[in-house]
Design a protein around this ligand. Structure first.
Ligand SMILES: Nc1ncnc2c1ncn2[C@@H]1O[C@H](COP(=O)(O)OP(=O)(O)OP(=O)(O)O)[C@@H](O)[C@H]1O
Length: 232
């Protein structure tokens, strides 16, 4: 279980994350939803150790997030983190060197399925293909917590479906998956819980099934109710 307590972040005095208290349970997929600038990336960056909190704390299975526990966290940043000259195959080598939990055979299988030649350098990949390869590398880590920042951004419909398939394949009872997306309608079918962020605060946490059965609402309805507009 991951637990954040009063987690806050200020950038030059400006609040980006405001006392976020949340528990994320093993075996569940969570979606971070909310308008631009609501703090989703900041929250994910703190969990993955790329940004330091200004206040509060995070524990993973009861232990404060340290360098050791951060080895249990796989993170996909929004922007490409591959060197342009690196090939898809070399990217796998790079992950293998850095992460002891990297499953090379899984990466090879996922890349084969995408029909992207291993010798292709990143600089010639389209942004959607670049994202698919980076998602494959991230999901090839046997990490406890998988954090995907906008894995569908700039990716076509069929490729989005492939990414969802990959996510569901790697999901296991002892893992937690946290992803952000502006495609509120599309996450409905496979996430368990939606976390709605607004101005750095966690303003609602909804179990998707429960929302549907008890209030007859889809995530898009709830999003409109909270933010008063269609998507963003
Ligand atoms: N490195 C930074 N320096 C200064 N301010 C920042 C920095 N990163 C984020 N912010 C600010 O923190 C707030 C939250 O940004 P964040 O990127 O976490 O939002 P987000 O919900 O991920 O947005 P989006 O949906 O547009 O990706 C915004 O006001 C943003 O301008």
């Amino acid at each position: 279980m991951l637990q954040s307590t009063k987690l806050s972040k200020k950038y030059n005095g400006k609040i980006a994350l405001d006392h976020v208290d949340v528990e994320l349970l093993d075996g569940k997929i969570y979606a971070l939803l909310g308008p631009n600038g609501s703090g989703k990336t900041t929250f994910m960056k703190i969990l993955s150790g790329l940004t330091r909190e200004s206040e509060g704390e995070v524990t993973l299975d009861g232990e404060a997030l340290s360098m050791k526990s951060r080895a249990l966290v796989a993170y996909l940043p929004t922007e490409s983190h591959a060197y342009p000259f690196m090939t898809v195959g070399e990217f796998g080598e790079y992950y293998k060197k850095f992460f002891t939990d990297f499953q090379e055979t899984r990466y090879t299988e996922l890349i084969r399925r995408m029909e992207i030649p291993f010798k292709t350098p990143f600089k010639v990949l389209s942004s959607g293909m670049d994202k698919k390869v980076r998602v494959a590398a991230t999901l090839s880590r046997d990490a406890k917590l998988l954090i995907l920042d906008e894995p569908f951004n700039g990716v076509d419909l069929l490729a989005r479906e492939e990414i969802v398939k990959m996510i569901l394949e790697v999901m296991a009872e002892d893992k937690i998956i946290l992803l952000s997306s502006h495609l509120v309608e599309e996450v409905e079918s496979y996430v368990n819980t939606a976390l709605f962020f607004s101005e750095g605060r966690l303003i609602a946490k909804e179990d998707v099934e429960e929302l549907r059965s008890s209030r007859g609402m889809a995530l898009t309805d709830r999003y409109r109710e909270l933010f008063g507009k269609v998507g963003d």
